[in-house]
Design a protein around this ligand. Structure first.
Ligand code: PEP
Ligand code: MG
Length: 745
């Protein structure tokens, strides 16, 4: 005979949970008291709380009332395993009159569970993800009814936030077990992410942001520490010097924060006093680094917040130098770095420290950090799986940045294949033939294939490939990496090197395109609620005329005697283009008055990357000397899909009918006005889109340098007549799926 229950009372009186905090000595105690309350109100013999542990990928019995107390912390179930695991993975309640009759039931020995028949379990869900399972059991078969099930779901919902917080705190206190440090989370063997930066890389995993010191304390003294400090300083100075030579435009004083901290007597002084007070040098480094990280990350000053990664980096280097002899290289050599958000400067620093590759959690292929990784030839993959944040340090990973594949702890056979592939690629690069300046279609139509470059060092490669010109130089990269504005003189030197490097061939300099995902800290728009729709691109330049004029003057001066072309980003109206052109005219007048050598009449163009520019494309074409479609943004703004949001990558579709029709309108407008149109977004390198692009009349494609040889080959396989027919067919289609099928995508 079922006993009367007061579910409703429980739901109403859940306020008594607050009292539980006072009664509980610690978190585990709190959870056990919560289980007792639920058991009491449900009049059930047993109540259990299982919490999901991401590191172990298992549901752990964390609190219990009525079962063998020794089972707590011991019983573990995989998602999908047993009834509890099923409730978790399918996120639905399970109610059984007699649990053992359900084929999914899994008896856990040593719990005393065998005495209970009736079973009711509900998932504990936070947001959209389950965090655990709440279970009640009773010896009376059929004891729980539908009403109980509803009540338990309500209880689970009410408990969810408290339980999740308890879980977070418990995990914070718990040191990761040594053994877990070398095992991949179950099921995490092969992950398909997004290809971001081509190249295969193999190395030991290092999660950035986790201060990793796995070695034994070691018998180090304060003198050992001082030697490590000196070694660290010398290495950083060398690194900085090497960078000044290799990446002059973006790496100017890039390790200055590291160097200053090493020199800071507060920083190293604190470490020394701790060591002299009896702490091991490693513990002293970890303690001071931890304090600085806390200090920096909570600072209201954006500049200080950005230094968090630098401090950690420095701590790692110091400990490494303590452990290893003077000949060791405490760089990231042999490491695949796992990271969430990274700044442009971080990417440069990681590349400088010889990281093998990057596994980025979140972010899109067209995000500027991804673009920079490609420019630096740092293989990278973007994944969505946040479990990588808890990835065990030191476990080997293989990434294929061209395919977007991540292999965890690959076997010898896979590694051998990877080594062959790498060797073959190295050979291919060494013997890469110098291509022709222009590509030619099967029926003899010439197509200009130009290069997009972001950093100065890419000019060498572009030259080796004999490119006809630079179709897009993203001038914001030195600003982004430096996280600051560059003076006219500094800009002049960079621009001059680019133009000299191209020996008279055209170079399209795009003026500063900051804003959106390309932020500089400490500038007024940092607090914009919606940066992609904020003060971005030409809007910023027009509102900050001094900065704009410095850039235009630097360009005009560098462009004296060269084929200088200037292009404005994110233009929304004819007025914006004319406003920008007026600034150029003003700068030319000033330079003439000052008698400074300059380009007197550069070609001026604009990017078509917002829908409003498409609408007024004909009027814009009437004013400008050339136009260029920036498909990365055009797709983003036409479809209202954030280009950096990996969760929306399925909606970010270059072949959407709206995108095709917008491009066709822009192409027709340029044709009508006799103005050249190029395409410089990622779409230009997409072989599936190529016939369409050529079919609507675009004859200048600008792509990343390494994509050039393949693009030449793809162009050579196309007949313009077929491409035109295909484009016409696609433009008649109104459905994404039809276009996708027609493209064979
Ligand atoms: C584009 O938007 O397509 C483009 C080339 O510019 P960026 O990727 O720098 O925004
Ligand atoms: Mg753009």
């Amino acid at each position: 005979m079922p006993r009367p229950k007061d579910n409703v009372a429980l739901v109403c009186d859940i306020g008594e949970l607050a009292g539980l905090f006072e009664k509980s000595a610690h978190i585990e105690d709190f959870l056990r008291n919560a289980a007792s309350i639920v058991a009491y109100h449900m009049k059930a013999a047993v109540c259990s709380i299982y919490l999901y542990n991401e590191g172990e990928r298992a549901l752990v019995l964390t609190a219990n009332q009525g079962l063998n107390p020794d089972a707590v912390g011991r019983v573990r179930l995989q998602p999908g395993e047993g009834l509890v695991g099923t409730v978790f993975s399918e996120q639905r309640p399970i109610r059984e009159a007699s649990a053992a009759r359900n084929p999914r039931f899994k008896f856990v020995p040593g719990t005393n569970e065998e005495r209970y028949e009736a079973f009711l379990a509900v998932p504990i869900i936070r947001g959209l993800s389950p965090v655990g399972v709440l279970v009640v059991q009773d010896p009376v078969p059929g004891y729980f009814d539908e009403n109980d099930s509803r009540a338990m779901q309500t209880i689970a919902a009410q408990l969810a936030s408290v339980i999740q917080n308890a879980k977070l705190l418990m995990n914070l206190r718990r040191q990761p077990p040594e053994a877990a440090a070398v095992a991949a989370p179950p099921g995490l063997r092969y992950v398909k992410g997004a290809p971001v930066s081509d190249g295969c890389a193999y190395g030991k995993a290092t999660v950035l942001g986790v201060f990793e010191d796995q070695g034994q304390p070691g018998p180090f003294t304060a003198d050992d520490f001082r030697r490590a400090l000196a070694r660290t300083e010398a290495q950083l100075a060398d690194l900085q010097r090497a960078m000044e030579e290799r990446l002059a435009d973006v790496a100017s004083m890039i390790f200055s924060a590291h160097l200053l901290m090493v020199k800071d007597s507060e920083f190293s002084g604190q470490m020394i006093s701790l060591i002299e007070g009896g702490l091991s040098p490693q513990a002293a480094v970890a303690k001071v680094v931890g304090e600085y990280v806390r200090l920096f990350s909570s600072s209201p000053n954006a500049r200080l917040r950005e230094k968090v990664q630098d401090v950690r980096d420095l701590g790692r280097r110091l400990v490494q130098n303590l452990r290893e002899g003077p000949e060791s290289a405490p760089d990231y050599q042999g490491r695949i770095l796992i990271a969430g958000e990274l700044l442009a400067s971080d990417i440069v620093k990681l590349a400088a420290q010889r990281a093998e590759g990057l596994l980025l959690i979140g972010g899109g292929i067209t995000a500027h950090v991804s673009i920079l990784a490609r420019s630096l030839q740092l293989p990278a993959v973007v994944v969505e799986d946040r479990r990588f944040f808890g990835f065990p340090a030191g476990l080997p990973i293989l990434i294929d940045g061209g395919q977007g594949v991540v292999l965890i702890d690959p076997g010898d056979e896979v590694l051998a294949k990877y080594r062959d592939l790498r060797a073959a690629r190295g050979e291919a690069e060494r013997f890469a033939v110098v291509g022709p300046e222009e590509a030619v279609t099967r029926d003899g139509v010439r197509v200009h294939v130009w290069a997009n470059i972001n950093i100065l060092s890419e000019i060498d490669v572009a030259r080796r490939m004999n490119v006809g010109g630079i179709g897009l130089y993203r001038s914001e990269f030195p600003f982004l990496v430096r996280n600051d504005f560059l003076a006219e003189e500094e800009q002049y030197r960079i621009y001059r090197k680019i133009l000299d490097g191209m020996s008279g061939r055209p170079v399209v300099f795009r003026t500063l395109d900051i804003g959106g995902d390309k932020m500089l800290s400490e500038v007024p728009w940092v607090h914009e609620a919606n940066p992609s729709l904020g003060l971005r691109g030409i809007r910023f330049s027009l509102q900050n005329k001094t900065t704009f004029m410095q850039q235009i003057r630097a360009l005009l001066r560098a462009g004296a005697g060269a084929d200088l072309r200037i292009m404005f980003p994110m233009v929304c109206s004819v007025e914006e283009f004319i406003g920008a052109r007026d600034v150029v005219s003003e700068c030319i007048r000033d330079l003439r008055t000052e008698d400074v050598p300059h380009h007197p009449d550069p070609k001026l163009g604009l990017m078509i990357e917002v829908p409003s520019a498409v609408e007024v494309a004909e009027e814009l074409a009437a004013e400008a000397d050339f136009l260029s479609i920036g498909s990365n943004d055009l797709v983003q703004y036409l479809l209202a899909v954030d280009r950096t949001n990996e969760h929306l990558s399925d909606l970010y579709l270059s072949h959407h009918p709206a995108v095709l029709r917008a491009m066709k309108r822009a192409a027709d407008a340029c044709l009508a006005r006799g103005k050249p149109l190029s395409l410089c977004g990622e779409m230009a390198a997409d072989p599936k889109m190529l016939p369409f692009v050529l079919g609507i009349g675009i004859r200048v494609l600008s792509v990343e340098v390494r994509q050039i040889p393949v693009l030449h080959k793809n162009i050579a396989g196309i007949r313009i007549e077929d491409a035109v027919r295909m484009a016409e067919g696609l433009l008649r289609m109104g459905r994404i799926q039809d276009i996708k099928t027609a493209l064979g995508a």
